[in-house]
Design a protein around this ligand. Structure first.
Ligand SMILES: NC(=O)c1ccc[n+]([C@@H]2O[C@H](COP(=O)([O-])OP(=O)(O)OC[C@H]3O[C@@H](n4cnc5c(N)ncnc54)[C@H](O)[C@@H]3O)[C@@H](O)[C@H]2O)c1
Length: 327
């Protein structure tokens, strides 16, 4: 038996998930909803689904699971409505743009029996899998240095509107916040400095994170760096050893004995596979079918939201170190 799926939001990410989902024979894509009728119609056409407008319409079509791929500020309300209607939910990041909405989702998911999975696709990207395999295999990262940049903040059109995005870091940096928590450990305190350089939002930000076990992480993010590779880079420092990744397709492990170890390159057949969307969507469908828990949980989602909340509060406080708020 398969899963009847609907997609809410037929923009860039909605279409990417449709592309990933159409390759999974267990999935029946039933409806595609968007407030822009033309966007819903053209996206629905590509997968033989019905176009519609809202979560309520998707529920009426009999979907069992919904992918929430709306602009950030709408995630909280849409996710809560979908859960209330008894649907499993895959939500694009961020979980929400306020702590209060995040807390409501956390409680609703914990008190219910529906699957909730957050769209931290990098956990399935080959470069990050390589890092995680080494950490699982005994490499201890004592500290780290990470960066993630955007070339510009021109797309989507709402990117620089804080009322919709929640803030620059909710869009791209949130992915590496999750990577730090996943690879180094939960983040306990944050100090952040930011400036508004090329856009009306903070677009140059430096963070100092303290992860569990007193592990310091230096983190920087910029919204106007040009599109030169690598746009993201992670360095994890172990006991005379270094684990590094650049973008999503290359990584290497060097030690005192082998400082020249080669970069490993991980080619993928297409972008939706390389970026992890295919595997993250499969994992979600597995969970909907009762085969395991969703690998990126509601707790992981809330943690990243709480870290960003503390980061913006620290910027407002002139860089003071602040604890990451509890649930
Ligand atoms: N995981 C990733 O790699 C990744 C990459 C890009 C974007 N995202 C996330 O995906 C989400 C969508 O981003 P995007 O780039 O696809 O945006 P987008 O603007 O391209 O698409 C959003 C769509 O939602 C529709 N919409 C807006 N409000 C709506 C509502 N209330 N009801 C129904 N439809 C509505 C818009 O008409 C638009 O078609 C964002 O949360 C973003 O942060 C994730």
């Amino acid at each position: 038996m398969g899963v009847r799926v609907g997609v809410l939001g037929a923009g860039t990410m909605g279409r990417r998930h449709l592309q990933a989902l159409r390759g999974d024979p267990r999935v029946e894509i039933v409806g595609v909803a968007d407030v822009a009728a033309e966007a819903a119609r053209t996206a629905a056409e590509t997968v033989g689904a019905r176009p519609c407008r809202s979560v309520a319409d998707l529920a009426d079509l009999g979907v069992q699971a919904v992918f929430v791929t709306l602009p950030n500020v709408y995630h909280g309300e849409a996710v809560l409505e979908a859960l209330d209607r008894g649907l499993h939910v895959f939500s694009e990041k961020p979980m929400a743009t306020t702590l209060e909405a995040g807390r409501q989702i956390l409680r609703r998911v914990r008190d219910g029996d529906r699957v909730y999975q957050m769209g931290f696709n990098r956990r399935w990207a080959p470069a990050y899998r390589f890092l995680r395999r080494h950490v699982d295999g005994g490499f201890t990262p004592y500290s780290a240095n990470v960066k993630i940049n955007d070339g510009d903040m021109l797309t989507p059109s709402w990117y620089t509107n804080v009322g919709i995005s929640g803030g620059f870091m909710y869009d791209t940096a949130v992915h590496l916040i999750d990577m730090v928590a996943w690879l180094v450990g939960p983040i306990e305190t944050v100090a952040a400095l930011g400036r508004k350089s090329c856009y009306p939002d903070y677009d140059d930000i430096g963070l100092l994170l303290r992860c569990r076990g007193d592990r310091p992480v230096a983190f920087s993010t910029c919204g106007h760096a040009s599109w030169a590779a690598p746009q993201e880079r992670v360095e994890l420092y172990g006991d005379h050893a270094l684990l590094a990744s650049e973008d999503l397709d290359r990584a290497r492990y060097t030690t005192r004995e082998q400082p020249q170890a080669e970069w490993q390159h991980f080619p993928s057949p297409d972008m939706v596979t390389l970026w992890g969307y295919v595997d993250e969507d499969r994992a979600f469908i597995d969970a909907c079918l009762g085969r395991g828990r969703p690998p990126v949980t509601v707790d992981d989602a809330f943690h990243s939201l709480a870290v960003l909340h503390a980061a913006y509060a620290s910027i407002a406080a002139g860089g003071a170190p602040l604890p990451v708020p509890a649930e």
